[in-house]
Design a protein around this ligand. Sequence first.
Ligand code: 5GP
Length: 217
Amino acid sequence: MSNESAAPRGVSRRGLMLVLSSPSGAGKSTISRRLLAEDPDLAMSVSVTTRQPRPGEVDGKDYHFIDRARFDQLVAEDGLLEYAVVFENCYGTPRALVEQSLRAGRDVLFDIDWQGTQQVAEKARTDLVSIFILPPSAAELERRLHTRAQDSDEVIRKRMAKASDEISHYAEYEYVVVNHDIDESVAQVKAILTAERLRRTRRVGLSDFVKSIQAGL
Ligand code: 5GP
């Protein structure tokens, strides 16, 4: 559903920030990929990170891979909308693209952790739609981390320990999706997105549109 075809004449919409958070392995990346492929009005916010690329990750697509000096420079310039240290690496959201997109009525998808979500909520609560993705069980989370085979056993152990910490923040999110089945989870996130796009407060020009209806009555 595109903004153009969905909007009544003269009514446009400010973009929203759709934040998906979860422990690693809960299926957030798969859900994100599907949403981006199936929804032309949604663009991914590509974060900067100081961590090393994993096999198969592409600079500029998965992340902008930068060094610590560049990261510190971005923080000093106020170039990041939010940032956090996760697993001893720095991550942050470049500000400019997000602000441009929202003004242009395009929605932006974020894969950020609870620390970043809290910062976005403080700065731009009305633009934020936050969803926490839970795994169906601890055993399933561990199985998914092993199947992914991108990380060493040591890193997987760290991720499992960190998962408990991440999950403890679920109640700070507006929506929770339990990822039993990827198709069902994608459908649920799309339903949230559809409803949030129709929120009256996001719709610019609505009062003039209503007046134009009233004028003809
Ligand atoms: P990974 O290294 O597995 O790609 O990401 C580790 C964690 O960092 C994930 O929970 C992910 O959501 C989070 N993350 C990725 N980019 C950002 C960002 O720009 N800001 C914040 N706060 N967290 C991020």
